[in-house]
Design a binder for this molecule. Structure first.
Ligand SMILES: O=C(O)CCC(=O)C(=O)O
Length: 259
């Protein structure tokens, strides 16, 4: 994170890490998803999710989701391209809170705009103090295909993580037609990092290829968004990857970094 990256994240509430993955990494992730023979995505948001880390609200329904589908998924957990941005956004000791995939077919509906600084939502905040940013739940969305204004996908109201007024109904209703909502162009292999304090959602999908994104949601060390924690997958993990599965606590937490 150089000074420009910090400035832009502070004013926008999101950033794009361009071409974080090599093309063969994206191809392999897509191949592993194909191998699952998932049902066709539906037109409703509820039918456009896959591979989640179990139920957030049911302790007895905890599975490892797509992290059980092979090392390429687990390599994304602490991919070198995201670790410095996440340290800047969340501080050291952040943890994987939950994760799921999004797949959409031509015609899959939008997801309403949500998040935003006002009204205040305790686990989803953006705060600046003592020369540092502090954030709650933060998302790394790995794009396995191209998304953007022509086709749909992630959209947001840039800067709304600092909003002092609730998002007006004209913007909520108008969504991507409103001039305030941006659907950034994001290439396959790039990652969008955004604070959940940002007003964001999904623009409807209108492409002849399937949208695929892998959403990893991280919380700061001391916090959990949901009542359950994702289980460690049954594949070999590095020590640092294992640390990301630590339960929420702050005191004496191991660093995720060598320096
Ligand atoms: O389409 C996206 O990438 C945003 C999805 C989202 O905000 C959500 O699943 O809560």
């Amino acid at each position: 994170m150089n000074e420009l990256d910090k400035y832009l994240f502070d004013i926008n509430g999101y950033m794009i890490i361009e071409n974080a993955l090599e093309q063969d990494e994206t191809t392999e992730l897509n191949r592993l998803i194909d191998a699952q023979n998932l049902p066709e995505p539906g037109l409703a948001t509820s039918e456009a999710r896959f591979g989640s880390s179990g139920s957030l609200f049911d302790e007895n329904n905890q599975t490892a989701g797509y992290l059980d589908w092979g090392a390429p998924f687990n390599n994304l957990l602490d991919h070198p391209a995201i670790m410095d941005p996440l340290r800047f956004i969340l501080g050291d000791g952040f943890r994987i809170d939950h994760y799921y995939g999004i797949y959409m077919k031509d015609g899959t509906e939008r997801l309403r705009l949500h998040g935003g600084n006002t009204p205040f939502d305790p686990p989803e905040y953006y705060h600046f103090q003592d020369g540092k940013v502090f954030n709650g739940l933060t998302v790394v969305a790995w794009n396995l295909c191209e998304t953007g204004p022509e086709v749909g996908g992630f959209c947001c109201v840039p800067g709304s993580h600092k909003a002092n007024y609730p998002c007006p109904p004209e913007i909520l209703a108008g969504h991507e037609q409103s001039g305030s909502v941006v659907t950034p162009h994001v290439d396959a292999g790039s990652a969008v990092i955004f604070t959940e304090a940002l007003t964001h959602g999904t623009a409807p999908w209108v492409a002849d290829y399937q949208r695929r994104s892998l959403l990893f949601k991280y919380s700061p060390a001391q916090q959990s968004w949901g009542p359950s924690y994702p289980p460690m997958p049954g594949v070999q993990l590095t020590d640092r990857q294992k640390n990301l599965f630590e339960k929420p606590y702050f005191a004496q937490r191991a660093s995720l970094f060598d320096d």
